[in-house]
Design a protein around this ligand. Structure first.
Ligand SMILES: [Fe+2]
Length: 334
């Protein structure tokens, strides 16, 4: 992470100040410029929205009392527009009462400054939010690199190309079907993409060997679960999916790897991945056989439901999800 961040040239953060009084804009502009920050000003909410549509802005400082659209409403709109990334907003208000603060929190504001404001307090709060935004971006950057690597890794092998993307998509469909929490869905999506990332540490010759593999080679391939966990461990944002990566080859009967976990001890995300991963492997082409149809795969999995590989209750839900889809001609795109 240090290597990547040090190679990325950082732009000076851009602050947008929004007020309906020109003199206030000039004052705030001077305050931020003295700190070496880039500042733009907008006279009113509509001008601000127009500016943001065309320009990069890292922090918005909004006056609350503005005619037409007030600062609360503008804040709400800006937060809605930036749902997927962190866009800090400071509300500047003459009102120091509790209800306006509550209204500000409701609209999604990250901090407040009461007028007449203390310049050093404003700068401190602005800088701390900009720092937070910058850290968030570094994190996203590192996360994107690792996700891209995962997809690039499988593209080396025609037999695994697209596997992690398909596993991620189907695992997400499955957690949607199970009605899991929104946050879990995001984690599941990432875990699907990254479950085999450890294979990036293994030789291409070994991964592409048409088989049969020696005992030593099989043991080597098994290490990908632990290697994947190790690779993702430095990223804080991956913390929750580490167990899914490490345990996606555990078996319900305890005969899986790397830890031989048994039954409910296997994390739920890993149990979901085990099912979806097997499904995708079965419907995909392999060096030694053609692809199986979705219907045949589901029938085979039903026959093997109680063989001890999967959580038999969970896979029941998977069948419930797949049966109507299969009847409608569900296809797996290679
Ligand atoms: Fe795997």
């Amino acid at each position: 992470m240090t290597l990547f961040t040090s190679l990325v040239e950082k732009e000076t953060p851009m602050i947008l100040v929004v007020d309906d009084v020109r003199a206030n804009l000039e004052l705030l502009e001077a305050v931020f410029m003295r700190e070496g920050l880039q500042v733009s000003t907008a006279l009113g909410a509509h001008a601000a929205l127009e500016f943001i549509a065309e320009n990069r802005v890292d922090l918005a400082v909004l006056d609350v009392m503005m005619p037409g659209m007030d600062g609360f409403e503008l804040c709400r709109r800006l937060k809605k527009q930036s749902e997927k990334f962190f866009f800090p907003v400071i509300l500047l208000t003459a009102l120091n009462d509790r209800s306006s603060k509550l209204k500000g929190i409701e609209s999604g504001a990250d901090d407040f400054i009461s007028k007449p404001f203390d310049t050093s307090e404003l700068i401190l709060k602005a800088k701390s939010l900009l720092k937070l935004k910058s850290l968030q971006e570094e994190l996203d950057h590192s996360e994107n690199i690792i996700l891209t690597l995962a997809v690039a890794m499988e593209a080396r092998d025609p037999y695994t190309k697209g596997h992690s993307t398909r596993v991620s998509k189907l695992a997400l469909d499955f957690v949607n079907f199970l009605g899991l929490h929104e946050k879990d869905k995001e984690e599941m999506k990432k875990a699907g993409i990254l479950h085999d990332i450890g294979k990036i540490c293994l030789s291409e010759t070994l991964l592409r060997k048409p088989g049969p593999l020696t005992t030593e080679e099989i043991e080597m391939i098994k290490t990908h679960a632990i290697l994947g966990e190790e690779l993702c461990r430095p990223l804080v944002s991956m913390k929750k999916i580490l167990p899914a990566i490490r345990h996606h080859h555990e078996r319900w009967d305890g005969s899986g790897f790397p830890d031989g976990l048994f039954g409910d001890d296997i994390p739920i995300m890993a149990r979901i991945l085990a099912i979806v991963d097997s499904f995708d492997a079965m419907v995909s082409v392999r060096p030694y056989r053609d692809r199986r149809s979705v219907q045949t795969t589901i029938e085979t999995m039903k026959e093997e439901r109680y063989y001890g590989q999967w959580d038999s209750e969970l896979i029941g839900y998977f069948f419930d999800m797949m049966t109507p889809l299969t009847a409608k001609g569900y296809r797996v795109d290679a």
